[in-house]
Ligand binder design. Structure first.
Ligand code: GLC
Length: 631
């Protein structure tokens, strides 16, 4: 695939940014290519090859040498700028240059206008031009949450959220999804995703349960194949992007499932349950790791030097860089905003890049002051910057800093949608099938479809879709579950849809009730009270029950819900999770196009009071971890 072209669209020549001579830089006579070879002469350790002003600009050199050479030329302003990540809406391109900011991000839903792949690539290039206009020409890296496809960019394929991917038990499929996501992220001009979430969700009350592959470290670890899909054979390979294992460590184990809460467990349990997926990610060469907002036994992760530096970087040998979560260092002292002390604590604990994300000027001044006072050792700064630069060199950003628009046609492509549909099929978990009512026949007799989630692609997609929290409605292109059902039945039968179930009568051979949750993200999804169906769904289900028509329930939710009381009224139950934009995959299972293979990624509680309930804890749930029927 063609290299990243420059902003004009012409594949970028080896442009050399001639930095002003600093005290360290020594003008060196350029080596001349050997007569006739055309190739730049091999440079020696101090002299760049022909065509480059400085060794760090020479891609034929070892990355470690390029990092060392560049680091030696950097001022404190250059270094602190590389450790700064600002939100796209908070920083001007002029300030990217002035403050030498090394990374930009889009928070959930933070998109350019128009929200198209070209609109994103244009934005990326404008920030990149500003970054490479700095004295040393260090390109920036742009991060966003592409957590189930490139979900911020309109038109992207929306894959099932991780809990559904966990139900597939198919690491190879998940690696393919990582690759497809990397292509669509590249197609929008970007180069870094804050994914995968490798949290081990231990309490389904947690609003981020759906971002977890499941309740066991083995399942989450097995799905780190997505990192290989995202990062490719090498970071410099076509369409490879930087992945982020998050949120280190123990975010899924907080007491009460409270988001950003306290994980009160022994070190033995932390290491047994929550650490293994991060070891698997490190072993797969994950390029970055995001630190969790949560605490371990009362100590905020963002200030935990033992776990960030001694364990992750030391014991596990993590060589990438650690990025904070959004404004997470503000939480260290319990007061709003951040202080120089909080900056000092976080950097000394082992954070390498801070997602500020707004007041980047203050952050930069605090960190510079901390270094100048000796509170933060220069060695810590140099370690952080070296880690960041290493990934930028490995990504090839110095040679090809601008958006690669050649992948734009992969965004929402049929091939990717077909892959997503397969993932939907494999993620469906058949929990009940009394009398073998499923698979439904495609012909003969009328089918009734009801429920607020039947014809709502926003509800099927859940949080982190176009906006941070997601929302109901026709928010992305794709196929709703109802549309899939209509296609499956085709001309052989009739399908009647009534959102609230009104109009049903005994003339229908089956009623499909698609119910469950509406979108949410993070703490806004925490369920501290009952975890049953909402009143809208209960009223719909009551209407269907009163008709006497056999009911097949499809539960679209980010977690198991308390449905024990309603289960006897249902002939069949399918856990659909959050299937995303390709709802036809659900119909494939309902009408026999695919024999269900999904297995529960979490234990299904017999009632809310059982939470937390997990495999091996001695509690008997409604359905056990790993349960799933087939035809
Ligand atoms: C959020 C999330 C994190 C995300 C980051 C950037 O608060 O905790 O998962 O990557 O901010 O959007």
């Amino acid at each position: 695939m063609s290299p990243r072209p420059d902003a004009s669209g012409v594949p970028r020549r080896r442009l050399r940014r001639v930095a002003p001579l600093s005290a360290l830089a020594v003008a060196v006579p350029l080596a001349f290519a050997a007569a006739g070879s055309g190739a730049p002469a091999r440079a020696d350790a101090t002299r760049p090859a022909a065509g480059y002003t400085y060794p760090y600009q020479d891609p034929s050199r070892r990355v470690a040498d390029r990092v060392s050479d560049l680091l030696g030329r950097m001022s404190l302003d250059d270094k602190v700028g590389q450790m700064t990540q600002a939100e796209r809406g908070a920083i001007s391109t002029a300030d990217v240059t002035t403050y030498r900011v090394g990374s930009i991000l889009s928070g959930g839903g933070s998109a350019p206008s128009p929200n198209t792949p070209a609109g994103w690539a244009d934005m990326y290039d404008s920030f990149q031009r500003a970054a490479v206009a700095t004295p040393l020409g260090i390109p920036m890296i742009y991060g966003l949450d592409a957590v189930h496809g490139n979900n911020n960019v309109y038109g992207s394929t929306i894959f099932p959220h991780n809990i559904g991917l966990g139900a597939t038990r198919d690491p190879a499929l998940v690696q393919q999804i990582g690759r497809a996501t990397a292509e669509e992220v590249t197609g929008a001009g970007l180069d870094w995703t804050f994914a995968p979430c490798l949290c081990v969700a231990r309490n389904d009350r947690w609003g981020r349960t759906y971002e977890s592959f499941g309740e066991t470290p083995e399942l989450a670890s097995s799905m780190t194949t997505v990192i290989t899909g995202l990062q490719g054979p090498t970071l410099a390979s076509p369409a490879s992007i930087l992945a982020t294992a998050k949120h280190y460590v123990g975010d899924g184990g907080t007491t009460g499932g409270r988001d950003q809460g306290d994980t009160q467990v022994s070190e033995q349990e932390l290491r047994a349950i929550h650490l293994p997926p991060f070891k698997a990610a490190v072993d797969r060469g994950v390029g970055s790791i995001m630190v969790s907002y949560s605490s371990w036994n009362g100590v905020k992760m963002h200030g935990n030097r033992y776990l960030l530096t001694d364990v992750l970087k030391g014991e596990l040998g993590f060589k990438g860089f650690l990025v904070s979560d959004w404004a997470a260092i503000d939480q260290l002292d319990g007061a709003s905003g951040f202080t120089q002390q909080e900056v000092t604590t976080a950097i000394n604990a082992g954070l390498d890049m801070i997602m500020v994300p707004n007041d980047y000027r203050t952050f930069i001044s605090y960190l510079k002051a901390a270094v100048q006072s000796g509170a933060v050792p220069t060695s810590r700064i140099d370690d952080a910057v070296s880690r960041i630069l290493t990934k930028k060199f490995e990504l090839g950003l110095f040679e090809h800093p601008y958006a690669d628009r050649s992948y734009a046609q992969t965004v929402g492509s049929q091939a990717h949608r077909d892959l997503a549909r397969q993932a939907v099929r494999e993620s469906q978990v058949l929990l009940k099938n009394a009398g073998g009512i499923l698979p439904l026949s495609r012909t003969g007799g009328k089918i009734f479809v009801a429920g607020k989630n039947a014809d709502d692609i926003g509800n099927s997609s859940g949080g982190w879709t176009i906006s941070w929290q997601g929302r109901s409605g026709n928010i992305v292109p794709g196929t709703t579950i109802l549309q899939g059902i209509r296609s499956a039945v085709g001309s052989g039968g009739t399908v009647t849809y009534s959102r609230d179930g009104s109009g049903i009568d005994s003339s229908y051979r089956a009623a499909i009730a698609v119910v469950g949750e509406t979108p949410y993200a993070e703490g806004q999804g925490d369920r501290t009270g009952a975890m049953g169906l909402d009143s809208t769904d209960l009223a719909t289900l009551q209407r269907l029950k009163a008709s006497g028509v056999p009911v097949v329930t499809v539960l679209v939710s980010g977690r198991p819900l308390d449905i024990a009381a309603q289960l006897p009224d249902w002939r069949a139950l399918v856990a659909s999770w959050l299937p995303g934009s390709e709802g036809a995959g659900v119909a494939d299972v309902l009408f026999g196009g695919y024999n269900p293979t999904g297995k529960l990624p979490v234990t299904w509680p017999a009632g809310t009071s059982q939470e937390p309930i997990n495999s091996g804890d001695g509690k008997i749930g409604l359905f056990p971890y790993g349960y799933g029927l087939n035809y």
